[in-house]
Design a protein around this ligand. Structure first.
Ligand code: ADP
Ligand code: MG
Length: 395
């Protein structure tokens, strides 16, 4: 691609965007910026408002309030085709009677691009997504993964300002999914295009994203890099959404200026870290502390750690490289995942008395999760957006 053919890289922002369907608030006060060239993912369970949010960015739904801006210009009143976003949805079918090439040419035809140029742009884009040689096939003559590549080519061929993807890999099997994750990501890097991606799959979000916005009950509960969300979750929902963790019910004591002190029901107390504002913690002292299993060591007799607690082994599972040790310590279940070194694991029989240890930094005191609140409980996961018709307008 020559310089002039590179997609323009734009900053897309959502400012306090809300969406109500009747009295039901599906999206509440969502603010988010997708920086030029950034890959941002909306991650959340079914019904959390991801599709509604994406539909508002695409222009198929209008926000009840709030602004959606491209490089600072509000686009809320623009029709989907005037927003210049490339769109790929799981249910976004290709035109069955058109070849792969004709499908990819379609948005160019809509934009009045002249025939021979249209053709060469489509062929070039099909090559980029790995479909050279299959240009004249109809969708039904292509595999699921290949069809999704055509959809991707169709979304990219007109040099959109940003790419919007809603669970685009949902219909693919695991190995094809992983391959497409990799390919979408490398294509995105190569083109330098801004992406807003939607998935309910935590691993997929971690693999692909620069930043992830975790959604629950229509709200963004935390935004961060995959690493930040894993290491410093701010609520139990985020902590348990990303990987395995020990969530221990506790009371947080924020008095004093040092570390937050947490006390478990048994009375066992220890200092912990927190990324939650102290004021919030002091308003809601009954909370949870999260400690990742791999941060908890099984201490040898002569070893020490910042925080130590006696425990009794309940169950040991050999996972190969790692061993999962389930214990009861101070009245609560605590799971540790340790390496498989024989001298470490030989004494870990059921019923054995051991000592667990962790660092203050690795125990994170969490804030409260958002509640459905004034949202009515709607059938979660109900697929209410009839996209098939509207979406044609966008390509
Ligand atoms: P997600 O994509 O995260 O699964 P959606 O944005 O599709 O979530 O839906 C969020 C909530 O809004 C769900 O409870 C859903 O049932 C509801 N919803 C979505 N679209 C409509 C609609 N057109 N009318 C009424 N409720 C809707
Ligand atoms: Mg959805």
């Amino acid at each position: 691609m020559s310089r002039s053919e590179m997609p323009q890289v734009k900053r897309v922002t959502l400012e306090n965007v809300s969406k109500a369907y009747g009295s039901f608030k599906a999206v509440k006060d969502v603010s988010l910026a997708i920086e030029p060239g950034e890959f941002v993912t909306l991650l959340g369970p079914s019904g959390s408002g991801k599709t509604s949010t994406l539909m508002m960015v695409a222009g198929f739904e209008s926000p009840s309030s709030g602004a959606i801006k491209v490089d600072g210009v509000d686009v809320v009143r623009r029709a989907p085709k005037d927003r210049n976003f490339g769109i790929v949805f799981q249910g976004y079918a290709l035109f069955p009677h058109l070849s792969a090439r004709q499908n990819v040419e379609f948005p160019l035809r809509m934009r009045g691009v002249e025939k021979s140029r249209r053709r060469s742009m489509a062929l070039e884009m099909l090559e980029k997504v790995g479909l050279a040689g299959l240009e004249e096939r109809r969708p039904r003559e292509l595999s699921g993964g290949q069809q999704q590549r055509v959809a991707l080519a169709r979304a990219l061929v007109f040099q959109p300002d940003a790419l919007l993807l809603d669970e685009p890999l949902g219909a693919l099997d695991k190995s094809m999914r992983e391959r497409m994750q990799y390919e979408i990501k490398s294509l995105q890097r190569k083109l330098g295009i801004s992406v807003l991606f939607v998935t309910h799959d935590q691993e997929e979000a971690m693999t692909m994203s620069d930043r992830i916005a975790v959604m629950n009950h229509g709200q963004i509960v935390q935004i961060g890099t995959p690493r930040e969300l894993y290491a410093s979750p701010r609520t139990p929902f985020v902590a348990s959404f990303f990987g395995e963790t020990n969530l221990l019910s506790c009371v947080a004591d924020t008095a004093g200026s040092g570390a937050v002190k947490v006390t478990l029901a048994s009375g066992f107390s220890f200092p912990a870290a927190s990324d939650v504002e102290r004021a919030q913690l002091s308003r809601h002292p009954e909370t949870f502390v999260s400690i990742r299993p791999e941060k908890i060591s099984v201490l040898a007799a002569d070893e020490r750690a910042e925080i130590m607690v006696d425990a009794v082994v309940r169950e040991v599972a050999f996972l190969g490289k790692f061993v999962r040790v389930c214990t009861v310590a101070s009245g609560v279940e605590i799971t540790s995942i340790i390496g498989n070194a024989p001298e470490r694991i030989s004494r870990l029989a059921e019923g054995a008395a051991i000592r667990l240890g962790w660092s203050r930094e690795d125990a994170k005191v969490l804030g409260v999760d958002v509640e459905p609140g004034d949202m009515q409980v709607a059938g979660s996961g109900r697929e209410t957006h009839d996209m098939s018709v509207q979406l044609r307008e966008a390509v």
